[in-house]
Ligand binder design. Sequence first.
Ligand code: NDP
Ligand code: 2IT
Length: 451
Amino acid sequence: MTRLDTKDSLASLLAEIEYRNPAQPEFHQAAHEVLETLGPVLAVRPEYAEAGLIERLCEPERQIIFRVPWQDDRGRVHVNRGFRVEFNSALGPYKGGLRFHPSVNLGIIKFLGFEQVFKNALTGLGIGGGKGGSDFDPHGRSDAEVMRFCQSFMTELYRHIGEHTDVPAGDIGVGTREVGYLFGQYRRITNRWEAGVLTGKGPHWGGSLIRPEATGYGNVLFTEAMLRERGEDLEGQTAIVSGSGNVAIYTIEKLLALGANPLTCSDSGGYVIDEKGIDVGLLKQVKEVERGRISQYAERRGSSARFVPDGRVWEVPADIALPSATQNELDEKDAVTLIRNGVKAVSEGANMPTTPEAVHLLQQAGVAFGPGKAANAGGVAVSALEMAQNHSRTSWTATQVERELALIMCDIHTTCHETAERYGASGDYVTGANIAAFERVADAMLAQGVI
Ligand code: NDP
Ligand code: 2IT
């Protein structure tokens, strides 16, 4: 039984997690970040600890690891590793994306799955949490190679998923193209048109309008809600955005729509600064149509933009920072730079992009900080709306979906804000998000017995 209401009990639980899950630093970090905020709720609800809920929450229900062999265009055989971690299904079928990136390993997928459990609870939409992926690197691969990889990946994964069991979607390196190949192979193997088995599908074969936009749009709406709490809004604010993939592009698009000025985007090679504000049409052309690099954006944009190789985007002064690339991309030093440059809000489009030290510095400096499990929940929320459309064999208009997304983001903001206040941590969205999500999952687990 873990109470977590003293520093000693937290330290011993974390030591146990590290011992049982060796060499998984990102998972340790994600667990630590949640557990260190739960003391106040465990103090008033001893039944949670008595039911062993913390231990159960930190242990995935099921972890699947499999071989993914495939042949490249020259006939060479490659062997990648596939993962699906089905973390918690107390609130609904496992739900969460697939990541294809060379850095993927079990610890990365577990951190993402753990975060997803809490994020999905915050949406209020009846989805459990899971995550999967592979150490496959799609960069520089032909369409045919990506297709063969996806088909091989699904040839094992299909037996573990289903519309009522586990519903994957995209994440880094997995977009509509990959979901298409995965869905095709699932349909072929199972002989079922089971649209709700994957989300992030194309709009003409079961996908939801606004799903591509949802994560980025949602994070901007969450940022706006945090600013409004402080009597400000987005109009006229400058913003720095990292990344140049799905989340970053639609973050930039929504910032522009709401009158803010996004100055940057980035990739693993460096960042672009555009004094006139990022031209989202050109960015989409380079990244989504041509599958190019942002250095090409700078070459084509003219004198307002330049590419800074290997630079850190956080050195560009701005009012708002929206990390939208990957984990631990914004560290303590970057936080010091942001604070010195007068940043007002930092909101996480990516999963765990801010290191714990950086989060503490930003919060101490009074910067509004939106944790990913709340701020980037718009993506998975619209995935759940896609599942609802699939189940009822209907499709909603873009306006309908966008209206729902706005309501959900507003509700998540209010929930986090009010929960923080209730537990004496006013303005601390990290504590608010963790406790509110924990209460929802924990209550469902309590009701469903020791399983
Ligand atoms: P994409 O694959 O579309 O884009 C990823 C972007 O991040 C690229 O610009 C990529 O640059 C950059 N990037 C990835 N890994 C690294 C790295 N190790 N170092 C530097 N740059 C890196 O992914 P998404 O936009 O979908 O995902 C971005 C983040 O948002 C991830 O943390 C993801 O988990 C999170 N997220 C995504 C959601 C979604 O719906 N897609 C929902 C909620 C969160 P390069 O091309 O050079 O690798
Ligand atoms: O991190 C995330 O929330 C996602 N990659 C989206 C998951 C989903 O199921 O839409």
